[in-house]
Design a protein around this ligand. Sequence first.
Ligand code: NAD
Length: 254
Amino acid sequence: MSDNGHGGTLGGRVALVTGAGSGIGRACARALAADGAEVHVVDLDGAAAERVAAEVGGRAHVVDLADPGAVGALPAQVDVLVNNAGFQHVAPLPEFPLDTFTRMQQVMVTAPFQLVRNALPHMYRRGWGRIVHVSSVHGLRASPFKAGYVTAKHALEGLSKVVALEGAARGVTSNCVNPGYVDTPLVRAQIADQAAAHGIEESEVVADVLLRRAALKELIAPERVAELVRWLCGDHAAHVTGVSLPMDGGWTAA
Ligand code: NAD
């Protein structure tokens, strides 16, 4: 394995990143590949997955993570697993569609569980593994109208801690990263919806609605989240396990 000078060498390691066709997942695929990992790029959007896989020299897998059969067929020989894929739906509880709620749990909780279960035997055999879950401040705090998302992210936090406890003696770490609002298509869609709903400028939505609870009134670049994910995957982070690391501009400090 080559040393890249900042302790984050991933040469010889195989990574699998879900939702790697866009936003934070794509940034993670790029960061892990830059550190030498071979990357499995998993996404529902086939064209996006192919593009990112070609860019990072990895392999694309076009999969709907709500389909347990398709998830079960993904590669299990992975050393680094980044459970990133997710989506948002905003609605008051009495109107929150049951099928959307269920799909959110499938994509953001059940698929991560399945992928962890698939990968652990290989990680245990090698005595080394890194599992990172892209949670959210909404894994630690609630907001109204986001029942499906907040429920799923809180569940992911629980899963991560159990993996940390079971994996510790086998060289496997499991952690969550908890971003505030990141500048990705997922958030851009929310900004446009809110601006239309309230009849205000998109800049006002960012400052007064989305970042109301953050001390730092800026959207986060996806590359910054990916940098934290990459850091957690280094050998230096062997003792960092079972934690949740907010990158939220001070939101959870208040
Ligand atoms: P994004 O919409 O840019 O990317 C999400 C990717 O996941 C897309 O490429 C999409 O095709 C894929 N995906 C969605 N459903 C899928 C499914 N069923 N099967 C396979 N792939 C699927 O979003 P993003 O902002 O990069 O979000 C990535 C993760 O980060 C999500 O889990 C999200 O909850 C979390 N997050 C985002 C923010 C933010 O502000 N953007 C903040 C905190 C946490």
